[in-house]
Write a protein that binds this ligand. Sequence first.
Ligand code: HEM
Length: 462
Amino acid sequence: MTVESVQSANPGTPENPETPDLREPPLAGGAVPVLGHGLKLVRDPLAFMSGLRDHGDVVRLRLGPKTVYAVTAPALTGALALNPDFKIDGPLWESLEGLLGKEGVATANGPRHRRQRRTIQPAFRLDAIPGYGPVMEEEAHALTDRWKPGGTIDCTSESFRVAVRIAARCLLRGDYMDERAERLSLDLATVFRGMYRRMVVPLGPLYRLPFPANRAFNRALADLHLLVDEIVAERRASGQKPDDLLTALLEAKDDNGDPIGEQEIHDQVVAILTPGSETVASTIMWLLQVLAAHPEHAEKVRTEVESVTSGRPVGFEHVRSLTHTNNVVVEAMRLRPAVWILTRRAVTDTALGGYRIPAGADIVYSPYAIQRDARSYARHLDFDPDRWLPERAKEVPKYAMSPFSVGNRKCPSDHFSMTQLSLITAAISAKYRFEQVSGSDDTTRVGITLRPQNLLLRAMPW
Ligand code: HEM
């Protein structure tokens, strides 16, 4: 599978909610009085979401007093993402807005969202990616240079650092970013941990008590916002306007042609840096885990890199030729998608898959469940990068592999992310093989993204 092939497909046709024979989706089994499905969802969200398709393509869930609709069939997740009757909203987004700001692209809807996408899109276009090549190469090699042969790697902090540094240096260009990127990666790691806790266990006032974890969270969140203000202020003071995303944000105009407000600039920088680092970092952690757990694929990646580069350091120009390496990245993303759950809200009475969805309903679906479904994938739980070879990839149903989503909310960064992930995988595999050390825990930690609990690896030169 190529870097380009993990991307959006053609729009579908929204269904007509006036059709008289629309059905009410079945209630998923296993609801208990009062809590409904809530306990199951909190206890083991991945298993819960993965089991829902047995109950129907669209099912109703009871979460306490609330009814939520879950979409479980790949084609319908595509129809949902492409249908303008559904917008970004719901509890997940409300909590994100409360902490990260209300005016950024990830949470905006309607004309503001369209305008913001127009502003950021050029920085992520396919033809912009080669411009980021040198930074991606430098950071990928710096990562392996830091590791000592035989030494233990804390994969969480290493992955976060490289992801933040690449996003910050490429998109908010400037020398000062080197030191800031370190700070940003520490802040974001703490903020994301705390945000997930606040979303799944909404204890409101308890999070205001001066416990060490709350203090650390508040400090990191405040520093994240401060850092963004500093980045914006310094760029302005420098008088420079490099051709980057930050310049695009600072120069952006609203629909009346007036400069956009300070709050929106701030929230936009946050809205791009935060999803950009957590998702890539989590995926790098899984790639490291995969290389340790499947030495035969680690060896195959190394051999491929060596043959494509003729033994030279791997560079941006090699990425397209690294077929197996790319397939390893895609397969790792299939089994452990960083973004494992997505939500929408119906803006009007509407329909999905012949089911009636009322206005205001919250809809949820899980790329994790979709991408591991035995109905879509033979030997669905096997790690098998060759399933992405062109002749086999054809068998995968539409929308059964959309880790960047589709439609107007599709991740703008698919090319940017795939390029750096392949480059990093190639650079680390060329130099090291990996094994887990004692104390390492590669079980799945469910948070805003999925990542290993605490992956510790020994890096051994080939
Ligand atoms: C949106 C996945 C990396 C910026 C999204 C969405 C997904 C996603 C699934 C759509 C959310 C929805 O439909 O509700 C990923 C994955 C990544 C990745 C799997 C890497 C492995 C990045 C990076 C950046 C980024 C590196 C920026 C530097 C954004 C933004 C949005 C978004 C700004 C919001 C788009 C909108 O609402 O219009 N991402 N992402 N992502 N992503 Fe990514």
